[in-house]
Design a protein around this ligand. Structure first.
Ligand SMILES: C[S@@+](CC[C@H](N)C(=O)[O-])C[C@H]1O[C@@H](n2cnc3c(N)ncnc32)[C@H](O)[C@@H]1O
Length: 218
């Protein structure tokens, strides 16, 4: 029998988040400003996931990272905080409006020089990058309909032994609802199945936030 994750009440979730390292002052301000966007604020990864990204990046000694889906810049800040000295992060997003906020906070954090933000459809940006395994870590957190296409562009660009993370892989439990035939739900299911059968990686789904796949390229 597989040991299930302990169900998280609101109180237990607050405890879990509080036991981890807190976002730093700039990250906390960014989270607060993003919250003022209202409904869109839910696009941002959660603080415990941000801390996880920073720790994983540090533990790997990563120097080069790639992000698909930047929004107001919190996950990028989490990753760049974990990079080894001189490390660089390439970010892909289509929104000037949201990434303008990101740039302000990256400036405040003193990390702008380490981030190469590419504005445009992420698939075009990814295809414009050299098809070489140049990245230590990649994080995919953008539009679901392109999830599998992003995966196929990202995997060859990550080095052997590198990490590929994909957010929202449980899609609010919609992935197991047989009545849910929405295009987005099908797209997340398709990517999950692609990863499960992809011989190039070994992977696990982590029960954090809305589900995070962590894959290691063989
Ligand atoms: C879930 S949000 C990313 C959240 C971010 N990782 C964070 O934690 O703050 C998804 C982002 O994908 C971007 N996006 C949507 N479609 C895109 C596309 N075709 N190409 C590039 N970016 C896209 C949106 O502009 C949005 O900023």
């Amino acid at each position: 029998m597989t040991l299930r994750p302990t169900p998280l009440s609101d109180e237990l979730f607050d405890y879990l988040v509080a036991q981890g390292s807190s976002p730093d002052a700039v990250q906390a301000e960014l989270i607060a400003e993003t919250a003022t966007l209202g409904h869109e604020a839910r696009l941002q990864i959660s603080p415990d996931e941000g801390t996880f990204l920073t720790l994983l990046t540090k533990l790997m000694g990563a120097r080069t990272a790639l992000e698909v889906g930047t929004f107001t810049g919190y996950s990028a800040l989490a990753i760049v905080r974990g990079l080894a000295a001189g490390g660089r992060l390439t970010c892909c997003d289509i929104s000037e409006e949201w990434t303008r906020i990101a740039r302000r906070y990256w400036d405040a954090a003193g990390v702008s020089e380490q981030i190469d933000l590419r504005i445009g459809p992420a698939l075009d940006t990814l295809r414009s990058l050299p098809a070489e395994p140049a990245y230590d870590l990649a994080f995919i957190d953008a539009d679901y309909l392109n999830y599998t296409a992003y995966w196929e562009e990202v995997v060859p660009r990550v080095r052997s032994g590198g990490a590929i993370l994909v957010d929202n892989v449980l899609y609010h439990a919609r992935v197991i609802d047989p009545d849910d035939t929405a295009d987005t739900t099908q797209a997340v299911r398709e990517l999950n199945e692609r990863i499960r059968t992809d011989d190039r990686v070994e992977a696990t789904m982590i029960a954090i936030a809305d589900g995070l796949t962590l894959a290691r390229k063989k």
